[in-house]
Design a protein around this ligand. Structure first.
Ligand code: PGA
Length: 253
């Protein structure tokens, strides 16, 4: 069975005290995650170590970085390498979030390099894709997302690809309160899985978790996560409140 994942993306929010309170509130809720269910917290770099310690004793709870450098090491002031994350036992890294693409101009080629270096350092990439509103309005979302995957992921070997988690996040649904309908999510998730099947075969396509992101909250998580090709969510705003995110974790099938 493929993994069902509730991934929190804290973005650039919370002080260290707020961060530890939030994680303590969630870890003390004694959530009984099944073996196929994961809760992942993508926290700001300065909190990685603290967060990793707080989830260390929790079954199936893990920490992610929100980004990593496409460079291995050296004179890149302000950057954080995949090797640093590996050395801190951080298992996941978010790559290519639309805010990185749009605000920091990260290109498909750069995201391919980040994916490669993350995998080479034993990290599991949570690779984000998704179209802006204008593309959706023209009904070109399939072509847009296919081009993103082609440019940044489809050079991977089958073995590498099987380690990747994909997050489909339509940009028009991120932080807007506007969610894709569960039907819209299912249609494009099934399409993404079909692209992977064409490139790598059915069994790899079947194994890869494809998360939905964009205004997921406790009140819509059950419906969205119940779609057959939706394997959980990447959650921004609603992941900053313990009760909301606990309910989202509990919504995992
Ligand atoms: P949101 O963000 O849940 O606040 O819409 C999702 C994301 O950006 O990952």
């Amino acid at each position: 069975m493929r993994k069902k994942i509730a991934a929190a993306n804290w973005k650039m929010n919370l002080t260290i005290d707020q961060a530890s309170t939030l994680l303590e509130d969630i870890t003390s809720a004694q959530l009984a995650l099944a073996t196929h269910q994961l809760a992942i917290f993508a926290v700001p770099f300065p909190y990685l170590s603290l967060a990793n310690n707080l989830v260390a004793t929790q079954q199936n709870m893990f920490i992610a970085a929100q980004n990593c450098s496409d460079k291995a090491a050296g004179a890149y002031t302000g950057e954080v390498s995949a090797n640093m994350l590996q050395s801190m036992q951080i298992p996941f890294v978010v790559i290519g979030h639309s805010e990185r693409r749009e605000i920091f101009n990260e290109s498909n080629a750069q995201l391919a390099a980040k994916t490669d270096i993350a995998l080479a350092n034993g990290l599991t990439p949570i690779f984000c894709c998704g179209e802006p509103l204008a593309v959706r309005e023209e009904n070109n979302q399939n072509e847009y997302v296919a081009a993103q995957l082609q440019a940044s992921l489809f050079h991977l070997s089958a073995e590498q690809m099987s380690k990747v988690v994909i997050a489909y996040e339509p940009i028009w649904a991120i932080g807007t309160g506007k969610t894709a309908t569960s039907e819209q999510a299912q249609i494009i998730h099934a399409y993404i899985r079909s692209l992977i099947a064409t490139q790598y075969g059915e069994s790899i396509a079947d194994e890869i978790s494809i998360l939905y992101g964009g205004s997921v909250k406790a009140s819509n998580a059950v419906e969205i996560f119940s779609q057959p090709d939706v394997d959980g969510g990447l959650v921004g705003g609603a992941s900053l409140q313990a009760a909301e995110f606990i309910a989202i974790i509990n919504a995992l099938p």
